[in-house]
Design a protein around this ligand. Structure first.
Ligand code: AKG
Ligand code: FE2
Length: 228
């Protein structure tokens, strides 16, 4: 594997970003109503929308020129450097996996990777799920599939919550310390002609402990035609 997993412990501190946040800071980095980047919760798109029980900090990391640095927290002071380093390592692991997946189908190694392109989008999302008094009524994230090509998740070390739909049943994804969960998104399903699936997943809430996770989404350059 291109990335030694034990180094991940270092990045768990990225999650502590929320502990450094004060209200004033949250406003400074707040997501504008019609934009996806910044700190906040769901974008409201309809009247009767049920909101997720979560706060997120969403930042585009690559292409580097597209970064909106005004939304990158200054505290902890090594936040930007750590996110950049983590994202770079995750991206190289993703590239390796994409090559392996192509080879597993007897395709040219670059068949998927080339469709992502050199300027593929890499977005980081730090998720924070507060405790919730009614987990029977409220979800941390509603059922969805990722629109990315490929996603990695650094889960909370202790608190479970992620579930994946297998044969119409929600199955818990266990927390494995120092491991990344790799998920495939819709664009990979399209590129592989449905051989690789983009699984339905959700996050449940709990009454006892807040949960944090860091998702890294990688998707092809927006102009690229995929699945040709
Ligand atoms: O927090 C998690 O474990 C999953 C989050 C997720 O599915 C997402 O951000 O798309
Ligand atoms: Fe997801």
């Amino acid at each position: 594997m291109a990335c030694h997993l034990h180094i991940l412990t270092k990045y768990v501190k990225l999650q502590n970003i929320f502990l450094h946040f004060r209200l004033r800071k949250k406003q400074k980095y707040a997501r504008a109503p019609n934009e996806s980047e910044g700190y906040g919760n769901d974008m409201v798109v309809s009247e009767n929308q049920v909101l997720d029980w979560s706060y997120r900090l969403t930042l585009r990391v690559f292409p580097k020129e597209k970064r909106r640095l005004a939304l990158w927290p200054e505290n902890p002071s090594d936040f930007s450097e750590t996110l950049e380093e983590f994202s770079t390592k995750v991206k190289s692991m993703m590239d390796y996996l994409l090559k392996c997946m192509a080879r597993s189908l007897n395709l040219e190694e670059g068949s998927f990777l080339d469709q992502f392109g050199k300027q593929s989008l890499l977005q980081a999302r730090v998720n924070f799920y507060p405790r919730c008094s009614r987990p029977d009524l409220v979800l941390g994230v509603k059922p969805h599939t990722d629109r990315s090509g490929i996603t990695t998740l650094l889960q909370d070390k202790e608190v479970e919550g992620l579930q994946v739909l297998i044969d119409d049943k929600w199955v818990n994804v266990p927390t494995i310390p120092d491991a990344l969960v790799v998920n495939l998104g819709d664009q990979m399903q399209i590129m592989s002609n449905g051989i690789f699936k983009s699984p339905m997943h959700r996050v449940v809430t709990n009454t006892k402990k807040l949960r944090m996770s860091i998702a890294i989404f990688n998707e092809p350059e927006p102009e690229n035609e995929i699945g040709k």
